[in-house]
Design a protein around this ligand. Structure first.
Ligand code: FAD
Length: 384
């Protein structure tokens, strides 16, 4: 069978490649997943794998003709199975450079995208601010055009790759609209402040922009195109978070099954005791449901990202919520062994938690899906 229900050979081959990289990072995953800055060995192994090229179009040194949601999703599922740090390092190369790919000047694309594809340059995107998260229309960062230059002022917070990034795509107010501006990390006036320590360590920091001057050509797209470009980025990559969540949930279940099959209590293995078998099977059912929706949404997004955004959003909510439930249940199945700091299951449990908050929190996505549902029904449409 092919099409919606099975990955084609291209994606199966890509998955094997990503699994090989994940396995090659297994010996350093526990260290890397505690890091709040780039792990140099993970970076070297990802670079040598050539997988970052999946996130850039062939014209600019990438692997495939166009950046492809299904490819990003399949790779993230495999990488997140082993290491959140590796998964994030991979994913951000696409999320932080997509607006450059679709709307950067020729000069910026030709200079930077081949470096992104080769992991010689590190990408980042700055939307969130200290007082602004989900409600991005309230941002206070500004960009003003003066004498052929853009001047950016503001404070971005919780920015993945801050400090390790080579450039930032910064969302700023421009007049009555919003623009995205390409700011190389070494531009005078740009500085990185505190690294944030969170439940599952992540390369996170604040980016301060104090009278940062860049050429006008560094505005990505036209003035006011910021939200459109952000939406294009989301439409392409939101579903890949679902892929990572499926990888995390699968890894947790594999750990729990291994443990429950070996450990004996009351004269039999945990896998045959009380509610444990049903817990394991329920996790399996939920993971398969999440994976099916994720692949379907990613395949649709690979053809038409904006047209598939509802499905991608459903997959993101569905799979990240499944990862939360599954990792929690698997810790429970493993008893005290599930709680050991730094063990794989404990890392997965912590790693699943932020996924329900970033790239559109569950509640914010449900709210927009609900609005769409009611609006479409009012127009007489049926749900698909
Ligand atoms: C690991 C990690 C990496 C990140 N990386 C980046 C990055 O690279 N770049 C970047 O710009 N940002 C990044 N962020 C920030 C992230 O985008 C925000 O955390 C996210 O947008 C949510 O904003 P907030 O945390 O301020 O929560 P808030 O917006 O304050 O929301 C708090 C709670 O209120 C709920 N809520 C908010 N609005 C509504 C609504 N309309 N309806 C119902 N419920 C609502 C939310 O669901 C949530 O439960 C990252 C965050 C994390 C945790």
């Amino acid at each position: 069978m092919s099409g919606w229900f099975e990955l084609s050979q291209k994606y199966l081959d890509l998955r094997s490649e990503a699994r090989a990289l994940a396995a090659a990072c297994a010996d350093i995953a526990d260290r890397a997943d505690e890091a709040d800055s780039f792990d140099p060995d993970v970076r070297t192994r990802l670079k040598e794998s050539g997988l970052a090229a999946v996130l850039v179009a062939a014209e600019y040194g990438g692997r495939y003709e166009a950046v492809d949601s299904l490819a990003a999703t399949v790779v993230r599922e495999a990488l997140a199975y082993e290491s959140g740090h590796l998964d994030s390092m991979f994913a951000m190369q696409g999320i932080g450079s997509y607006a450059v790919s679709v709307a950067g000047s020729d000069e910026i694309r030709r200079e930077w995208l081949p470096k992104v594809a080769a992991l010689e340059a590190v990408s980042a995107i700055g939307l969130t601010e200290p007082d602004v998260g989900s409600d991005l229309r309230s941002i206070t960062t500004t960009v003003v055009e003066k004498g052929g230059e853009l001047v950016v002022n503001g404070h971005k917070s919780f920015i993945t790759n801050a400090g390790d990034a080579s450039f930032y795509e910064i969302l700023a107010r421009e007049g009555d609209g919003y623009s995205l501006v390409f700011v190389p990390a070494d531009t005078p006036g740009l500085s990185v402040a505190k690294r944030h320590q969170i439940i599952a360590p992540h390369v996170l920091g604040d980016v301060i922009l104090d009278d940062v001057h860049v050429p006008s050509a560094n505005r990505l797209g036209k003035p006011g195109a910021g939200f459109k470009l952000m939406l294009a980025t989301l439409a392409t990559f939101r579903v890949s978070v679902a892929g990572a969540a499926v990888g995390v949930a699968q890894a947790a279940l594999d750990e729990a099954v291994r443990h429950a099959s070996q450990r004996e209590q009351f004269g039999t293995t945990l896998a045959r005791l009380g509610g444990v078998p049903a817990t394991l099977a329920t996790c399996w059912v939920e993971i398969e449901m999440a994976r099916s929706l994720t692949y379907r949404a990613a395949a649709a997004a690979a053809q038409d990202p904006l047209g598939a955004l509802d499905l991608s959003s459903m997959a993101k909510v569905g799979a990240t919520e499944v990862a939360g439930r599954v990792t929690d249940r698997c810790v429970q199945v493993m008893g005290r062994f599930g709680l050991i700091r730094g063990s794989k299951i404990e890392r997965l449990y912590r790693g699943a938690r932020p996924m329900r908050i970033y790239e559109g929190s569950t509640e914010v996505i449900l709210d927009s899906l609900a609005k769409k549902l009611v609006k479409d029904r009012a127009k007489g449409a049926t749900t698909k």
